[in-house]
Design a protein around this ligand. Structure first.
Ligand code: ACM
Length: 654
């Protein structure tokens, strides 16, 4: 028996050493607290600049003492650490402010600036008896604490006490700081309204991955979400629409008697609370007021803001068709959802809005939209024609440029910097305008070369409203962005002076996102990929290790009860027609090591069904191809039901 145990022990040790060499897995082989051997994986997202593993573990004592100075800027970090340790462990966690040998966690602001760390970096040392985080600034300590949390067993994410866990932290030395200063997530609270509590929940999730900007898209055709004193109809009328579910964008136009009671808005007190909540977590909130397009909610409230006389009949959009994209960009507006650049009342309105915004949001930028402005109503409008004559404007993009310049003057007069979507480059925009590049990396590259500050948030890597896998399983959106593609995001183009690239951002538009659980599903895990792309050194990025870490974080999100998409496990269907025009279906997976099982007979495949090896030719009478992925003996993907008709459609004419 002893011999067998010795062999098992040797095998276990060899196994763990092999894993340590290959990836971030360490063997926690001691029986220090009498609890069984566990393998503690190190899986930090975003990947730190350097992490050196050392032998041994720090075991959380039952009396945890945090040492930190009393600065108000550290208060939230200390409270966060205290709360995160207390709840799942059930241990007693106290805070002291003067040095003492009993301190187990030390959070220290450097007396002497460590130039390598900048304002958000940190050093984290986990020793056998003590954990020390040092940083130049409070933000660095906050990020050090986030890394520390990820070194603890996943049960640290629990909202309740978890018994029977050995709370061990592997001994490490971490030096870490961000690649970019702007690490953003955009949350569209206009298409669907999300409550103050839900926005806080979103902030709580994003800071774990070291995001520091929350861009709130506060206004659009479907809702105006912020109280503006003196303009009460913006929220009395503009914040409410008819409630519909289904495929947003194709809803039947509402009738006059349908109740407009779906929506909501943030009072100015709510905004102050959110800004303070975010600030305590080192997040700046950037407000966006999207003008001159996407402005139907404002126009429904104040029709005078439009150049079109029909505006008196306009209502806040409830998800019915509003634009015609069949001819590409710019779209044709089916209603005139633009503010009128030829109307002085518009600039007075914007002055009121931006002066209140400037007071509410301490962040240095205000985002003013500028995207997807339909031109068809302006082209025909007499007021616009007069404006063009008076100002010598030759084209409609020049009309928008005139508008943007006036808006920039207002924003700058309020002491803020102007930021807008990349379309504003078309008609020309002032050198000081910052550009958020969404249509592709190209526009941001051009803007940076022209000396504009740029934030990269291109559709091809960073649009997290897009589907994450096949439309057959995902809630339908017009485009897809898989996790592996999001992970390719590099916000700094090779041929651009990096000093103009402020950072990168993922954008969550919410036309098809009806609730906070779906917002989480859309954000994670792609939010991990973007976080790593904006924080970690480019040379440290590695899809294989990233995905291994992502899987560890899935377990953490499960315990934290944060929703995420398992779409990465779903197979990819590729179709073509053979020489005889026969349909051929190729199945592949985004990640390695998965097997795909399938059926054509309507029954649910499992691992005893045929395993996919070569392209499939559907049997003549088959109507559905069902597939599922396994890792070894464990089903891991979702059961996908693919109609053969759909595959035929994708393959083109027979
Ligand atoms: C955008 O996606 N229209 C900025």
């Amino acid at each position: 028996m002893k011999r067998i145990l010795a062999i098992v022990f040797c095998l276990l040790t060899l196994h763990s050493l092999a894993q340590t060499a290959e990836g971030d897995v360490e063997n926690l082989s001691s029986m220090e607290s009498g609890l069984p051997v566990v393998l503690q994986e190190i899986a930090i997202i975003p990947e730190p600049v350097t992490l050196i593993k050392q032998t041994g573990h720090f075991i959380l004592p039952t009396n945890i003492v945090i040492l930190a100075n009393k600065s108000p800027e550290l208060k939230q970090t200390v409270a966060f650490l205290q709360q995160r340790l207390t709840i799942p462990t059930g241990h007693f966690v106290s805070v002291i402010h003067t040095p003492s040998p009993i301190a187990t966690f030390k959070l220290i602001i450097n007396d002497k600036i460590d130039p390598i760390l900048g304002s958000e970096g940190y050093h984290l040392t986990v020793g056998l008896k003590q954990v020390i985080i040092t940083a130049n600034k409070p933000a660095g300590l906050f990020y050090g604490v986030q890394t520390l949390m990820q070194l603890l067993p996943k049960e640290i994410e629990s909202k309740e006490e978890v018994k029977g866990i050995k709370w061990a932290i592997p001994c490490v030395q971490v030096t870490d700081y961000p690649r970019l200063g702007w690490r953003g997530l955009m949350f569209d609270v206009a298409r669907h309204f999300f409550t103050k509590q839900e926005v806080k929940q979103y902030i709580d999730a994003m800071v774990r991955y070291k995001y520091n900007i929350l861009h709130l898209h506060l206004t659009d055709d479907e809702g105006w979400r912020i109280e503006i004193k003196g303009l009460p109809r913006l929220t009395e009328v503009g914040a409410w629409r008819v409630n519909r579910v289904g495929s947003f964008g194709d809803f039947i136009p509402p009738t006059a008697d349908e109740p407009r009671n779906y929506g909501g808005f943030y009072t100015q007190e709510d905004i102050k609370e959110l800004v303070a909540y975010a600030k305590e977590r080192f997040v700046n909130i950037m407000p966006e007021i999207d003008v001159p397009g996407h402005s139907l909610a404002a126009i429904a409230a104040y029709p005078d803001l439009s150049c079109s006389s029909e505006a008196v009949n306009y209502k806040v959009r409830s998800g019915e068709k509003i634009m015609d994209w069949s001819r590409g960009a710019p779209p044709l507006g089916l209603v005139d959802n633009t503010l009128c650049p030829a109307n002085e009342k518009v600039y007075i309105f914007l002055d009121t809005v931006f002066s209140q915004l400037a007071k509410l949001f301490p962040f240095e930028y205000i985002h003013v939209g500028g995207d997807e402005v339909a031109r068809n109503f302006w082209e025909k409008n007499d007021q616009i024609k007069e404006l063009m004559k008076r100002e010598g404007l030759k084209t409609i993009p020049e009309v928008q440029a005139y508008f943007e310049k006036r808006v920039e003057q207002i924003v700058v007069a309020k002491g803020k910097k102007f930021m807008a979507w990349d379309e504003v480059l078309e008609g020309g925009v002032s050198q000081n305008a910052a550009v958020m590049s969404w249509r592709s990396m190209k526009y941001g590259t051009e803007a940076a070369k022209a000396g504009h500050e740029v934030v990269m948030s291109p559709t091809q890597y960073a649009y997290i409203d897009y589907m994450q896998a096949d439309a057959i399983t995902e809630p339908r959106v017009y485009a897809s962005l898989r996790l592996s593609k999001a992970y390719e995001f590099d916000p700094i183009p090779a041929d651009v002076d990096p000093k103009f690239i402020k950072g990168g951002q993922a954008n969550l538009w919410t036309e098809q996102v009806y609730n906070i659980r779906q917002a989480e599903y859309m954000t994670w895990p792609r939010g991990f990929a973007i976080a790593e792309s904006v924080w970690s050194p480019k040379e440290k990025k590695n899809w294989t290790t990233f995905f291994a870490r992502t899987e560890q974080h899935f377990k953490r999100l499960d315990i934290a009860e944060t929703k995420y998409a398992p779409s990465v496990y779903d197979p990819i269907f590729t179709v073509k027609r053979g020489a005889d025009r026969q349909l051929q279906v190729t199945l592949s997976t985004e990640v390695e090591g998965l097997d795909i099982y399938y059926s054509f007979d309507h029954s649910f495949p499992d691992r005893f069904y045929p395993k996919y090896t070569t392209p499939l030719i559907p049997p003549i009478d088959a109507t559905v191809l069902k597939v599922i992925t396994y890792r070894g003996k464990t089903p891991i993907g979702r059961m996908m039901n693919m109609p053969i008709e759909e595959l035929n459609k994708r393959a083109g004419k027979k």
